[in-house]
Design a protein around this ligand. Sequence first.
Ligand SMILES: C[S@@+](CC[C@H](N)C(=O)[O-])C[C@H]1O[C@@H](n2cnc3c(N)ncnc32)[C@H](O)[C@@H]1O
Length: 273
Amino acid sequence: MMEFIKKDVAIFSQSKDSIWLDVHLAPQMLAAHLDTEFDGATRNANYLDQSMKWLTQKFPAQDFPRLLDLGCGPGIYAERFYQAGYRVKGIDFSSLSIDYAKRSAKEKGYVIDYQCGDYLNTDLGNEYDLIVLIYCDLGVFSPKDRQYVFEKAYGALKKGGRFIFDVFTPKKYADFEATSDWKLEENNFWTKDLCLHLSAQKDYSGTRTYLDQHYLIYPDLIKEFFIWETVFNREEVLAELQAVGFTKNEVFDDIRGRSFTEDSETICFVVEK
Ligand SMILES: C[S@@+](CC[C@H](N)C(=O)[O-])C[C@H]1O[C@@H](n2cnc3c(N)ncnc32)[C@H](O)[C@@H]1O
């Protein structure tokens, strides 16, 4: 019961529970995806509109017809790509999100190929013109898994295809301070039943990786969530992409196509196979 008490959590070690899959949190994350007002699991509707406008103009469906959305959630981008004329496949490991996406597509008569699975362990094929990984999901991976994501994306693209993704930069954590807290909680985002909630935010110094760590302690159960996030600078990501084989690249301040300034909380990369 008390094995969760460790002095330090090894960097990128996986927690027993996942915010995307937990029986209480997965529905909260789905609700966050569907809330168009705030930047929860999906960005707000205004950002999304600007993002879709830029992506569909820069990479039109007639030139880039086959699109793979990695971590598609409940299909918010996937549906918009479909409406813009792409042939879309979406993969996500949240069955709740994928079930929602399938239901929504069926109701609207959209033909979108959704798959429930971990894209790290899924055969992605090799037929895509565009692969998107949207909302800085790359930051959750260890360097080894990140390289694996790059290799898988490279392998799944056709020659001339593009991999498009965004990441957070160190600006996001400019004011970061390590903290820890405990509270008795019930009926909130984290828990329905009363529990003791221990939380800590840590900086793995020198790695630009941060841990948001949570334990929910119930009389007969402890839930454990480690949320990792690495932030990046342009040069290191480009070097890793180049090592995998990607050639031409473009960088932007964000996935709405704003010009690169080195002053943004995000960077968007567009690389070509
Ligand atoms: C921050 S959300 C972004 C969702 C979507 N790209 C968007 O912007 O609306 C991350 C999504 O990736 C999914 N996810 C995270 N790691 C995954 C993995 N290894 N395989 C499949 N899905 C994953 C989560 O379930 C979640 O839906």
